[in-house]
Design a protein around this ligand. Structure first.
Ligand code: KG4
Ligand code: ZN
Length: 342
């Protein structure tokens, strides 16, 4: 079974091809990605209308590129998958529209995929794939969730953010510190030259006894600290960035460990853009090694949005018999869509 996957939920256009043979783990055969970061940089964040228009321009050339890499023609594709949600409505409609048009013209079925399920299953594309069951820490720009994952499509929500996502905390703090967009990588780079203990910043809900997160108060604390520093901020930006990163990472690590304790699982999967963060990886690796817990990550280039995770999630859902692809090409998208509803 050959699956073409299209991702267009936010500011990356991704197209990829995976092949599933029998019940073996699907294998990535080709992929192409275009990041809109440069285009949105001038505005300090994603401009939805510009994102949609750029997806339209990019998606077919990227598909050609991925097919060429795989050595396939478009007629070789058995199923066309696309991100159905959550994400920006206009951006999602581009991927859904192109996927359904492609499916209809080829006479091949289509399948809408949940973006977070793509992130969640992306470590199965790595050289060291996990096995079920595991605890998953999903940390992206829009979501922060801990899940217990029993198998494909069997997800139990253990806790989630009650306000900002971890990626949002990185992005908003970076903006306050004048580090630009996308904030996560920028803040992380700046933090390398600073001390994580230089400033005392809040660790919201750290001792709440549940597995929920809250990051909205952190950016307010960063803003207060930045104002207090005034003219000195320039010289202390690295310290404040490092202290912000340390606060976010500490909460993510402690709550992940609490989730492992509560479920008794011995495997942790980390997925989503913030999973690329170096300090988070170092601290999770160290804490989990002590407890005999294996940690799995997607390949670094598959942490942020991409088409491979969408093709992979579609192939794994089909293999598991969780969903059937359809030849009804009337599509809709779901800008808001809880993962537990898939
Ligand atoms: O998963 P993703 O690409 O898109 C969403 O589905 O939201 O995640 C993007 C988020 C952004 O908030 C970005 O700042 C953050 O991931 N991010 C990072 C790093 N790389 C990306 N945050 C911290 N450290 C990084 N190295
Ligand atoms: Zn994402």
């Amino acid at each position: 079974m050959k699956v073409l996957g299209i991702e267009s939920s936010c500011d990356e256009t991704g197209v990829a091809l995976v092949e599933a043979l029998g019940s073996q783990l699907p294998v990535l055969r080709g992929q192409a990605l275009h990041s809109q970061v440069e285009m949105h940089q001038a505005y300090g964040g994603v401009v939805p209308e510009l994102a949609s228009r750029d997806h339209i321009r990019r998606v077919l050339p990227l598909a050609r590129h991925a097919l060429a890499e795989a050595g396939w023609t478009v007629e070789d594709v058995d199923v066309v998958a696309y991100t159905r949600g959550p994400g920006l409505a206009g951006a999602l409609l581009v991927g859904a529209g192109v996927a359904c048009a492609l499916g209809a013209s080829l006479g091949k079925p289509v399948l809408g995929v949940h973006h977070l399920e793509g992130h969640l299953l992306s470590p199965f594309l790595s050289a060291d794939p996990p096995s079920f069951p595991f605890v998953a820490l999903l940390v992206s720009g829009g979501h922060t969730q801990l899940m217990r994952v029993e198998g494909v499509g069997r997800y139990e929500l253990l806790g989630e953010t009650i306000d900002d996502a971890a990626g949002e905390a990185f992005d908003k703090s970076a903006k306050l510190l004048g580090l630009g967009y996308p904030g996560g990588p920028a803040l992380s780079r700046t933090a390398q030259g600073g001390s994580g203990t230089a400033f005392k910043l809040p660790r919201p809900l750290l001792h709440s006894g549940d597995l929920d997160f809250s990051f909205a108060g952190l950016k307010t604390a960063v803003l207060t600290q930045a104002k207090k520093l005034g003219d000195e901020l320039g010289a202390r930006t690295a310290d404040l960035a490092a202290s912000t990163e340390a606060a976010i990472v500490e909460v993510l690590v402690k709550k992940s460990l609490a989730a492992l304790d509560r479920t008794g699982e011995k495997r942790l999967v980390v997925a989503g853009g913030v999973g690329a963060n170096r300090v988070l990886r170092e601290q999770l690796n160290a804490a989990c090694a002590k407890r005999g817990v294996r940690v799995h990550y997607p390949e670094l280039h598959l942490c942020t949005d991409n088409g491979a995770m969408i093709a992979m999630a579609a192939a794994m859902r089909l293999q598991a018999g969780m969903q059937e692809a359809t030849t009804v090409y009337a599509f809709d998208v779901k800008p808001r869509w809880p993962l537990a509803e898939v």
